[in-house]
Design a protein around this ligand. Structure first.
Ligand code: PGH
Length: 248
């Protein structure tokens, strides 16, 4: 195997309330979870401190986004410092919903990634192509461009996890096949070796997201360049335990 520790994140998106979060966390705290997996859950920001207070220490929390400065006149946004203040160790940046719903571009995502890292957070940096880009053979061009923008601003990759999330697989039930995902992950690792360093290419966790379930996670986890998952819908359900334990 790669020697890279398996990483599973649960992106709860804009879902949940205190009662529902308590039920989810009770389920996770009561489950037998693989010690060889880094586990992170990402509730809406307003529930981060509440969730952290309920969680077993085996599970970390992540923000779903943050801005690129520590404070200021940015109504509605929040900073890496605020996420750290409420116990988060990680932040998801550049999710396709931030790109395609809220119009965040590669440059801003790269700047936010760099500042979050400098502030002490780990970053789950998201990339992925749209269906029309895959169908026109532009998958590699798109994900390389997204990664290149991040690489231009990031000097220390130790606390970066790269999440390949094809937009056409997010929330659709149309999961990439293990071969499709493995192919892109391998190409990304090759790009990193050629454009960043062999050390970063070998050590960076590249995780897959897009309709991962308890039913497909084990097959996906058998691919050598798939180092874990970023899970949406299924992370709100008991099957998230199976996904955490996919690489037993
Ligand atoms: O957005 C996702 C994936 O969502 P789904 O698992 O619901 O496809 N991860 O960040």
């Amino acid at each position: 195997m790669s020697g890279r520790k398996f990483f599973v994140g649960g992106n709860w998106k804009m879902n949940g309330n205190k009662d529902e979060i308590k039920k989810i966390v009770d389920g996770l705290n009561g489950a037998a979870l693989n010690d060889n997996t880094d586990i992170v859950v990402s509730p809406p920001a307003c529930y981060l401190e509440y969730t952290k207070g309920l969680l077993s220490p085996k599970i970390s929390t992540a923000g779903q986004n943050c801005y690129k400065v520590a404070k200021g006149a940015f109504t509605g946004d929040l900073s890496p410092q605020m996420l750290i203040d409420v116990g988060a160790d990680w932040v998801i940046i550049g999710h396709s919903e931030r790109r395609n719903v809220f119009g965040e571009g590669d440059e801003l995502i790269a700047e936010k990634t760099a500042f979050a890292l400098e502030s002490g957070l780990g970053v789950i940096a998201c990339i992925g192509e749209k269906l029309e880009e895959r169908e026109s053979g532009k998958t590699e061009e798109v994900v390389f461009q997204q990664t290149k923008a991040i690489a231009a601003k990031v000097s220390n990759w130790d606390k970066v996890v790269l999440a390949y999330e094809p937009v056409w697989a997010i929330g659709t039930g149309k999961t990439a096949t293990p071969q499709q995902a493995q192919d892109v992950h391998a190409q990304l690792r090759k790009w990193l070796k050629e454009n960043v360093s062999e050390s970063v290419a070998n050590s960076l966790r590249i995780i897959y997201g897009g309709s991962v379930t308890g039913g497909n996670c084990k097959e996906l986890a058998q691919s050598g360049d798939i180092d874990g998952f970023l899970v949406g819908g299924a992370s709100l359900k008991p099957e998230f335990v199976e996904i955490i334990n996919a690489r037993g």
